[in-house]
Design a binder for this molecule. Structure first.
Ligand code: NAI
Length: 601
């Protein structure tokens, strides 16, 4: 076996891990927290110990082990550096991507170092932390690689400013391993003896968690979110039940060095520790350097999106035909011009465009306006819309076609040329605008509801075609007072029905850190939720060998209809796979059982 040189620089991930407050609490208990630091254990106002980060992305380290081809018999966790960008929320999904960055050679008898770095984002889009792990592989040295750069941490020549003494329980590793690191060395006495130890040893990262708690208690009590950096080198094994001292020296404003010592023998078990404490950085969503097209931006929701994008640094194409609410009239340049004037007056960048989204030429010209004025297109918000409500019996082809032309064809005509540019540049954010009327139905809006739901079908395919180019496509179902809704929505709610209550969600979906693609969000009055197509577990009728009879289907309607244990599919093939699996599963267990959301990124 030899280290796999080709693995250097190759992307590992994205690896996704869903977690809840219980995972954070379990980790906290695993690293010695309890009633004395209840904030880490109790779900009310739960705070997450920053070192939870590395336990939570433990999968990444397993992938590094496999990709590098290290000889697992000789592997130890060597060093761990953690840099924090944002506090870790108590629940959500962690999305980790990284790579092996270097191999270092300590010599044939001494071993090799495998260094890997990963970035972890939260499903809320925030970058949480960057972890750099060094794996010490005792059996892979002598491959002729470079020597590791030396690392120096200077400890002041005085007694520590803080010493925190704790005694991990005799069963500590059994509790800690439930957070993910189930290596036998920490649980199986026989395995531990084979590896040369008298009994299972503490996980280095468990002692690391004790140290992290000790540092927070000493340097920023009750404020784990202030930890900006936390590094250490694992230097000696430790048995559970042995008291440890974490010794901390302050070295400057917000800076400290530390080491953790076996209090019985004086052996340093974690050395060269560095910790930095500082204010939580401001992490605003910005669009500097990004170019956005907002259709129908002369009024209502579109205007608010355009103003907010520009305020956050985007250059905006403000498209609006300026027609009447039903799409009639010759069109007027004034709504778009007014919004552009507002943006310029506030120091932003914008150009007006008056084309009709309902034609292919109009769509091409809108995209061309962006390219000519600003050189690229990063964001498209398909927002332009009209209404021609009629009960279905009175729906004329003209009213049907006019509404489909603006909402559905309009999104096609603008998005298609923009999508080409986004593919070339390897980046894009597209927002479709549906409506609760389209998602759930509304009397008298057959044309509008058909067009609006069709946009979610367009999204479903574009999310797949855009996936490998970092093009994310999502859909908003807004509720806001505008000329489209002025006579429908209750006047007493008008203030909360301002488009400002919708725009923040659209900004998230347009941003670089948008964590999702292919999702539908209701947004209005400050209330947000997600809508989705959910498929029930279903059942095979007629044994699968012959066509089922009408009576068989009628008798099975309850089973066919249930959405209990239903799930979402990311694409057609996933659903097809479940149908085929239903035929190979034992009859009593047919159909999907989990409630997981397959591949929602
Ligand atoms: P709005 O009428 O205030 O704004 C729509 C804008 O689109 C108008 O300025 C109009 O001139 C422009 N427009 C119409 N046809 C166009 C075309 N062919 N080409 C270019 N521009 C055109 O309406 P609002 O309420 O701001 O609606 C924005 C979007 O949100 C629409 O797609 C609408 O269906 C959708 N929506 C709105 C809801 C609400 O509660 N306001 C509810 C659900 C969906």
């Amino acid at each position: 076996m030899a280290l796999n040189m080709d693995a250097i620089g190759k992307k590992i991930g994205p690896l996704t891990k869903a977690y809840t407050w219980k995972d954070c609490s379990l980790y906290a208990l695993g690293v010695g927290a309890g009633f004395s630091d209840l904030d880490y254990c109790y779900e009310k106002d739960l705070k997450v110990i920053p070192s939870f980060s590395i336990a939570a992305v433990f999968d990444f380290l397993s992938h590094v082990g496999a990709a590098s081809n290290v000889n697992l018999a000789g592997v130890l966790h060597g060093e761990q550096e953690l840099v924090f960008h944002n506090p870790i929320p108590p629940e959500g999904e962690l999305i980790t991507e990284g790579a092996i960055t270097a191999y270092y050679d300590k010599g044939k008898d001494k071993g090799a170092l495998v260094v890997a770095t990963c970035d972890t984002r939260h499903s809320n889009g925030q970058k949480l932390f960057t972890a750099t792990a060094t794996i010490f592989s005792r059996l892979d040295g002598g491959f002729g690689g470079p020597e590791a750069p030396s690392k120096h941490v200077v400890f002041p020549d005085r007694a520590p400013d803080f010493t925190v003494t704790e005694t991990p329980a005799a069963n500590q590793p059994l509790l800690y391993r439930l957070s993910g690191d189930i290596f036998q060395l920490h649980a199986d006495p026989e395995f531990a003896r084979m590896a040369g130890f008298e009994k299972p040893i503490m996980h280095g990262l468990c002692t690391h968690g004790f140290a992290c708690r000790a540092l927070i208690a000493s340097l920023c009590p009750g404020q784990p979110e202030l930890v900006r950096r936390f590094d250490g080198r694992f230097s000696k094994p430790l048995y559970p039940g042995v008291p440890i001292e974490t010794r901390i020296w302050k070295t400057g404003d917000g800076k400290a060095v530390w080491r953790t010592v076996n209090a019985e023998t004086g052996d340093v078990v974690i050395d060269m520790g560095v910790c930095e404490i500082g204010p939580v950085p401001r992490d605003e969503i910005r669009f500097d350097g990004r170019v956005a097209i907002v259709t129908g931006a002369g009024a209502g929701l579109g205007r608010t999106y355009a103003l907010e994008l520009a305020r956050r640094g985007a250059a905006v194409v403000v498209n609006d035909l300026g027609s009447a609410r039903d799409g009639s009239g010759a069109g007027s340049s004034s709504p778009a011009d007014q919004v552009v004037a507002e943006i310029l007056a506030a120091g932003g960048q914008a150009v007006a465009n008056y084309d009709n989204v309902a034609t292919a030429e109009g769509g091409a010209s809108i995209v061309q306006t962006a390219v000519e004025a600003f050189g690229r297109v990063d964001i498209v918000i398909n927002n332009a819309g009209i209404l021609r409500d009629k009960s279905f019996a009175r729906m004329t082809p003209e009213n049907w076609n006019a509404v489909l032309a603006v909402h559905l064809n309009g999104a096609f005509h603008v998005t298609r040329p923009a999508f080409e540019i986004m593919k070339r540049q390897g980046y894009g954010r597209i927002v479709m605008t549906t409506s609760a009327a389209g998602l759930y139905g509304n009397f008298g809006q057959a044309n509008y509801t058909a067009a609006k739901l069709a946009l979610t079908g367009l999204m479903n395919t574009l999310k797949l075609e855009g996936q490998k180019y970092d093009i994310k496509v999502n859909t908003i179902a807004p509720v806001a007072a505008s000329r489209l809704t002025e006579d429908i929505l209750p006047p007493d709610l008008l203030e909360k029905l301002s488009p400002e209550y919708v725009a923040p969600m659209v900004m998230v979906l347009c941003s670089e850190r948008c964590p999702v693609s292919g999702r539908i969000y209701n947004a209005g009055m400050g209330f947000f939720n997600r809508a989705a197509v959910v498929t029930g577990p279903g059942t095979v009728v007629g044994g699968g060998e012959q066509a089922p009879t009408v009576d068989d289907v009628a008798a099975a309607m309850d089973k066919i209809s249930t959405l209990t244990d239903g799930k979402e599919y990311f694409q057609l093939n996933d659903q097809l796979g479940d149908v085929l699996a239903a035929f190979s599963a034992p009859a009593a267990k047919l159909g999907p059982k989990t409630k997981t959301t397959a591949g929602t990124r």
